[in-house]
Design a binder for this molecule. Structure first.
Ligand SMILES: [Zn+2]
Length: 427
């Protein structure tokens, strides 16, 4: 099974080609390299001040909960090969709820004072391209990882999935009536288009999260066309029940549903539906890096993935993004680095009850000597096996270290910092 390659820097901290973990182990053992960063694992060569590099492409598939990322060495022996992959979990929902709670506290504080003061928050002007903080966070975290990867690997180009479907690839079938063919790139774009148009559910029974089949509203056997305006999505049961009957026949007892489906089928989906403001904001920022940015559609990603027989995973989708994803070598068993955005703690200095009244003021800070709350540390307490955990600074000279299966109090003298807190948890 292939593992994530180890990222390599030369002695001037310029990125070299990622190397095999066995090679990195040998270099570390011989004392010719040192660990530069634990997550993602990066070594720095102590003797070499330069080296040959080949183009590496960073590819990303931005999602609302998880973003897949992959580094592809474009001129590897076998052809473009995934050498490093990661899945970044965002914390959009946590940001939303924290802001909602803050707004609630402010509102109750305003009302608690004797005279009314109008809320101030909606006096502010929003700049062009403003995104809600939870969405801004997705763009920011992806950009910070692209920046980090550019410092750790010789990245020369970027690929991003930008839209769900590409109407150009579909050749605008609502207008020209190009035939829909399953299994082709156009077919995949049509499928993504239909998913968007019909709200990702069965048109007849509204079943969600089930495999959906493409259904001809007027059956082909009765002269119905393959135009997209004659296609809808149905679950397997409904598709079977309908068979090759006409929709008017099938929905004879449900005139409202029939009217709704016929009306919806006729209305073409506006291009805007394919456009996701977060992805466009990300694309703008990626273009600002001055590296060439390739964009692809979700239909293209799925087509590339299924043509090459790869299973579904965020990092595999990332590797299959765009034209460059049509031929990419990867080991589907490879384990990506799992990164979860955890934030940098809170600034609130007082614990409050549900009404916003202070319960207790927090004492002390988040740091003590070389330690900071959130640092990843190795615990070497005598009598205990070594383990990795996150440190939380407490008042007494003893910290709480939480590992994967234990949470103990430890004196800092038994702790070694492995990686400084950077707002992410790794697995
Ligand atoms: Zn159904």
């Amino acid at each position: 099974m292939m593992q994530n390659r180890v990222l390599v820097l030369d002695s001037r901290r310029q990125p070299l080609m990622p190397c095999h973990p066995a090679r990195a182990r040998a270099l570390l053992k011989e004392g010719r390299a040192a660990v530069f960063r634990s997550f993602p694992f990066t070594i720095i060569l102590l003797e070499r001040a330069s080296g040959d590099v080949q183009p590496v492409r960073v590819k990303c598939d931005p999602g609302s909960k998880t973003t897949g990322m992959a580094l592809v060495a474009e001129f590897a022996r076998r052809g473009p090969t995934v050498v490093w992959a990661a899945e970044l979990t965002h914390r959009g929902e946590a940001i939303r709820s924290a802001l909602r709670q803050r707004a609630m506290h402010r509102r109750s504080r305003r009302n608690r004072k004797t005279r009314y003061r109008a809320p101030r928050f909606d006096n502010r002007k929003r700049s062009e391209g403003w995104l809600p903080p939870s969405l801004r966070h997705r763009v920011d975290t992806v950009m910070s990882w692209v920046g980090r990867l550019r410092r750790l690997a010789p990245v020369t180009s970027i690929s991003q999935e930008l839209v769900r479907f590409d109407t150009q690839k579909m050749q605008n079938p609502e207008i020209t009536g190009v035939e829909y063919q399953q299994g082709t790139l156009a077919g995949y774009e049509v499928r993504e288009y239909l998913l968007e148009k019909w709200g990702r559910k069965c048109a007849y029974c509204e079943a969600k999260d089930v495999p959906l089949e493409i259904d001809h509203i007027h059956p082909r056997s009765r002269g119905g066309s393959d135009r997209v305006s004659n296609l809808t999505l149905a679950c397997h049961a409904c598709n079977q029940a309908k068979g090759n009957r006409d929709i008017r026949e099938f929905l004879a007892n449900r005139p409202e549903r029939l009217a709704a489906i016929l009306a919806r089928a006729k209305t073409p989906l506006r291009d805007a539906a394919a456009i996701n403001s977060t992805r466009w904001a990300l694309c703008e920022q990626l273009k600002a890096t001055s590296l060439p940015v390739e964009t692809g559609s979700g239909g293209r990603t799925k087509y590339n993935r299924s043509q090459q027989g790869y299973s579904k995973a965020h990092w595999i989708d990332a590797a299959c993004v765009g034209h460059s994803g049509s031929a990419v070598w990867l080991d589907a068993g490879m384990r990506p680095l799992l990164m979860e955005a955890t934030g940098h703690g809170e600034l609130q200095r007082a614990r409050v009850d549900k009404h916003g009244f202070p319960l207790a003021h927090k004492r002390g800070g988040k740091s003590f000597r070389d330690f900071r709350t959130g640092d990843l540390v190795r615990c070497r307490k005598p009598g205990l096996p070594d383990f990795l955990g996150r440190v939380a600074i407490r008042f007494r000279p003893s910290f709480v270290v939480s590992g994967s299966d234990r949470k103990i109090e430890v004196h800092p003298k038994h702790l070694v910092v492995v990686q400084k807190a950077d707002g992410y948890a790794y697995a």
